[in-house]
Design a protein around this ligand. Structure first.
Ligand code: ADP
Ligand code: MG
Length: 407
């Protein structure tokens, strides 16, 4: 009675996108490109604080079939959406494109803004990355478009890691400015720069990366992803509020980002914050709230370092406590968990998981659990039963393995 979201074989995904293209545009695409969704192992809400995170690219990918045209017209179709949409690239600007085409047109717009000669195109999209599950279907779409346009318009960026770092920034601009979602850079970075068999330690202060071997099967372990299927409509507002609180705390502490606060300096920083309250009635968050937010960010960055050291020492079976501590910090200090995420995490642990935590921004989306290979089914069944008992929507599951980047 558990539902599994299997990844498509790459050749199948490419065939689907190509077939959709030829059927709807009555022509052949020049090629098919794809990019993965991701899960984050640890390091949540750290990216926009100049911190560290540790995502890896999923086998679940978004496929785009594309043909350039000799004008500024973009025509778009997606197997996940209704109808053909059309956007004039020369008129794209913040606020002008509604709905899903903004993620695609935004990438073309941001490339142009960066001085690249990009024209219009026809594009057909199909994907096995579930929407809104915290697995970053939005970045998968942007990054697939980015590598497609890179090749079709001869930009040469996808050929080097430095170029891919530029494409990452392009996709972040598309999402922030054209799609209007104020997210950090983790999702796009791992979709473009991840490596099969590895997790990506991403330093969001300078965009540097370290590929950390992530071998679960050798330890008879698996990473179970539980999509709670919960969507809380206030998630976007809460995300913006957390970012604003972090900026406010950084300003009060006179640092550029919270990354500058080290674990050793945390006690002093928190004591300082507790003394500093904004002028009454100016809308700024209370000191108590800022203390919690800063404590989460600083301890979470330290947990990423701890997790990476364990992976580098081939001690992946010992990362469970760091995952548990991350969840507690996100629930109690950052306050971005919800009933469904807590239930998934607690139930997975009770059913034998070595560690479990929410992943992604929170207020719904997915949780991850590190489980023995032989326990994958029973842990999933226990979570499904707990959700049924609580009269919650049935969760869905997938087993995540680290796969390759956009290509
Ligand atoms: P996620 O956590 O999956 O990234 P977001 O809300 O950030 O959730 O992004 C989901 C949005 O991205 C969808 O509502 C849609 O606008 C766009 N999107 C993602 N994948 C596709 C697709 N295959 N076809 C069309 N639009 C897509
Ligand atoms: Mg997204």
């Amino acid at each position: 009675m558990t539902t599994w979201i299997d990844a498509w074989q790459p050749a199948d995904g490419a065939d689907r996108a190509r077939a959709l293209f030829t059927e709807r545009f009555d022509a052949e695409p020049n090629g098919v490109w794809s990019a993965p969704g991701r899960v984050n192992l640890i390091g949540e809400h750290t990216d926009y604080n100049g911190g560290l995170c540790l995502p890896f690219a999923l086998p679940h990918r978004t496929y785009v079939a594309v043909r350039p045209v000799d004008s500024d017209r973009i025509r778009l179709i997606s197997a996940q959406e209704e109808g053909i949409r059309e956007v004039d690239l020369s008129t794209v600007a913040p606020g002008t494109v509604q709905g899903w085409p903004s993620y695609v047109a935004g990438v073309a717009w941001a490339l142009r803004q960066a001085g690249h000669a990009v024209r219009g195109f026809d594009i057909a999209v199909d994907s096995c990355v579930p929407y809104g599950s915290g697995l970053s279907s939005s970045a998968a779409l942007e990054c697939a478009v980015a590598v497609a346009l890179d090749e079709l318009f001869d930009l040469g960026l996808a050929a080097t890691d430095q170029g891919r770092t530029t494409l990452t920034a392009v996709c972040v601009r598309a999402e922030n400015e054209i799609a209007g979602a104020n997210t950090g850079g983790m999702d796009q970075a791992v979709s473009l720069r991840g490596r099969a068999g590895h997790a990506l330690e991403l330093d969001c202060l300078d965009d540097s990366v370290r590929h950390v071997p992530f071998d679960l099967t050798g330890h008879d372990l698996a990473l179970l992803v539980i999509d709670t299927r919960a969507e809380h409509s206030h998630a976007g507002g809460e995300y913006a509020a957390r970012r604003a609180e972090c900026e406010q705390a950084a300003t009060l502490l006179q640092v550029r980002t919270l990354r500058e606060i080290t674990p050793d300096g945390l006690g002093d920083a928190l004591a300082g914050l507790a003394r500093l309250t904004g002028p009454e009635g100016d809308g700024s968050a209370a000191a108590e709230v800022l203390v919690r937010r800063v404590r989460h960010v600083v301890t979470e960055i330290a947990r990423v370092q701890e997790f990476v050291e364990l992976l580098a020492a081939d001690r992946v079976d010992e990362v469970g406590p760091a995952m548990d501590a991350s969840h507690a910090s996100l629930r109690d200090d950052y306050q971005v968990s919800c009933r469904e995420l807590d239930l998934a995490v607690d139930t997975a642990r009770d059913a034998g998981a070595l560690g479990a935590r929410m992943t992604g921004g929170g207020f719904g989306g997915s949780a991850i659990a590190l489980v023995r290979t032989g326990d994958v089914e029973s842990v999933a069944e226990a979570v499904a039963a707990a959700f049924a008992g609580a009269e919650l929507r049935a969760p869905t599951f997938l087993v995540a393995t680290p796969e390759g980047p956009a290509a």
